[in-house]
Design a protein around this ligand. Sequence first.
Ligand code: CTP
Ligand code: MG
Length: 235
Amino acid sequence: PRTAAVIPAAGRGVRLGPGAPKALRALGGTPMLIHAVRAMAASRGVSLVVVVAPPDGAGEVKSLLDAHALPERTDFLVVPGGETRQESVRLGLDALPPEYDIVLVHDAARPLVPVDSVDAVIDAVREGAPAVVPAVPLADTVKQVEPAAAPGEPEPVVATPERARLRAVQTPQGFDRATLVRAHGTVTDDVTDDASMVERLGLAVVVVPGHEEAFKVTRPLDLVLAEAVLARRRL
Ligand code: CTP
Ligand code: MG
């Protein structure tokens, strides 16, 4: 089975603060998106990478990819993204050639995911799981609250789920293509990952071990950590 990776990279990165779109911000002197593309292309299983670019940045992203060599075995495509992550992923799926039957969806904002994690996800889909998510145990205890009526107001705690049974979910998430396409064509609720759309279809989703270096660059402190991880790798 042939595997393609769709990389949603069309977000602004509001929580990271002012500057270029998040995927184009530098990490170790190279745009975060390039790291993410290389992380997918590093897997021998991935033969196509579809980058979903900021709506007005497809040309720029294409030039960037032309300028940064990928392995010979890996093709790439660039398509403009949408208003939401969900829409961006769907636009990426729409661009997939027919011969790919396994799809990874990987956030451009997770530039440092190790190739072993990518391979583990692909392997689990090849072994028959329609949806696979890499995830890690939580360090913090999590509380469900009643959101504050006004900013700064104390929030009543509703429940404390048992931490040992919780997982923080990462990407790449891997799917049987037909399953993911059906999920994106059916589920219209707001969701924050692709696997939850498959869950809404009533299908099984399984978790495989993720990696701490696959964390998402979301806030300024995450960029500090990402620079440090990259520097450590280069030692
Ligand atoms: N994404 C996308 N299209 C959107 C919104 C997000 O392709 N309309 C992508 C982002 O580029 C990112 C991934 O989805 O690679 C995960 O989203 P997130 O970390 O929330 O990134 P942003 O939406 O850019 O950040 P923020 O929410 O802080 O604005
Ligand atoms: Mg976002």
